[in-house]
Design a protein around this ligand. Structure first.
Ligand SMILES: Cc1cc2nc3c(=O)[nH]c(=O)nc-3n(C[C@H](O)[C@H](O)[C@H](O)COP(=O)(O)OP(=O)(O)OC[C@H]3O[C@@H](n4cnc5c(N)ncnc54)[C@H](O)[C@@H]3O)c2cc1C
Length: 350
């Protein structure tokens, strides 16, 4: 194969004529490349403006949860877990998948009722879940303060992975099946002839192609516009932080989700990676995201472009050892009393 080997082990080729051109070398683009190559498509290239996995994918928290509100979404997530569980065996490349299980905490009886509905959906999809009694919850997650827990839904096959590792595993496995990667190559135009894609224009020249797959993440709207299509994709910024090591936290702990206070957490080595489901997360107007822009223009109120998230080793403002403080509303101090009754206070039963 013509090309040079980049530091990440992936052969970097020139843009070329190809049956299928995938725009974007993030989690989606590399996954699609791998799956199509595995399915027998022989002539695929990825065109990536920068380096593989260097945009949003590598900044993801990497949670993999299967408990969803519909049977279809549950099955889709189950298919992801099935793939992550065997990708290393299948390809020889690791995604650093850790099947730790996950615990979803309800702090209100209403939320506990919602969890029961989710458990019914899980059962209909064939996903194993169960409600935990307090003793079992404390055993599975010793650092957790269980005082305000009304119900705890356990999914033993959930977990987390390192998204950068996943992208590189897909990319390397795709490369082994003949996919080429044109890195540092920006797609600048799509040639459409009589309603069908026939070619691409890039910062490194033009090429013919029968199909363009748009996997440009936050830039997907801009790429679609090159073919005259309008794609209603709105990039939304999400934040998490990683603490310094905390007593009792280690990589084998389950993932925690606490929707009543809009927080999730997992161990990152011996620290805590904690993020929130922002009620009013900052979003970008996709019409203002230009093809080839270094980063989508930032929304009003952001003083600087979205930057890499706080990295491991950074000091959180208020690390709290031995208990997770679910302070979405930081003015409220959580109670610390645990429950030893064998049932959660106010629990409608589990
Ligand atoms: C295992 C996993 C867990 C996740 N967990 C979470 C989570 O807990 N919470 C959460 O919010 N999100 C999560 N995410 C989602 C994540 O935050 C990103 O939204 C997702 O990975 C985006 O993938 P992408 O491939 O669409 O985009 P990107 O990774 O951004 O890739 C798009 C690529 O397209 C390239 N590109 C753009 N325009 C052009 C052009 N004109 N020419 C050439 N190349 C171009 C860019 O350079 C970029 O590399 C998770 C993702 C994974 C894989």
């Amino acid at each position: 194969m013509k090309g040079r080997r980049a530091g990440n082990g992936v052969i970097v080729a020139e843009v070329r004529d190809a049956e299928i051109t995938i725009v974007g070398g993030g989690a989606i683009g590399c996954a699609v490349a791998y799956c199509l190559a595995r399915a027998g498509y022989p002539d695929i290239q990825i065109v990536e403006r920068g380096e593989l996995a260097a945009a949003t994918s590598s900044q993801a928290a990497g949670l993999v949860g299967q408990v969803r509100g519909s049977k279809e979404r549950t099955r889709l997530a189950m298919a992801s877990v099935a793939l992550y569980s065997k990708i290393e065996q299948e390809t020889g490349y690791t995604a650093d998948w850790r099947q730790t299980g996950s615990i979803r905490i309800a702090m209100t009886t209403e939320r506990a009722g919602e969890f029961r509905a989710m458990a019914d959906v899980a059962a209909s999809a064939g996903l194993e879940v169960e409600f935990l009694e307090p003793g079992r919850l404390a055993g599975l997650f010793p650092p957790l303060d269980t005082g305000q827990v009304r119900a705890a839904l356990w999914c033993p096959t959930d977990g987390y992975l390192q998204p950068h590792s996943l992208v590189m595993a897909y990319a390397r496995a795709a490369r082994d099946r003949g996919v080429t990667v044109a890195a540092h190559t920006t797609l600048t135009g799509i040639t459409v002839t009589r309603g069908a894609v026939t070619g691409i224009r890039t910062s490194s020249g033009s090429a013919s192609t029968d199909m363009v797959i748009n996997a440009a993440g936050p830039w997907a709207g801009a790429v679609a516009s090159l073919a005259g299509a309008e794609l209603p994709v709105v990039p939304v910024r999400h934040e998490y932080f990683v603490t310094v090591p905390q007593e009792g936290w280690h990589g084998g702990l389950p993932v925690l989700r606490i929707p009543d206070i809009r927080i999730y957490a997992r161990a990152e080595v011996r620290g805590i990676l904690c993020g929130g489901w922002e009620a009013d997360g900052m979003s970008l107007d996709p019409r203002e995201v230009a093809v080839g822009s270094h980063w989508p223009s930032h929304p009003t109120g952001m003083s600087s472009p979205a930057s890499p998230l706080i990295s491991p080793g950074s000091s959180p403002r208020s690390p709290r050892p031995r208990s997770v403080r679910y302070s979405a509303d930081t003015r409220r101090s959580p109670r610390t009393a645990g429950s030893s009754s064998g049932r959660y206070p106010g629990s409608a039963g589990s």
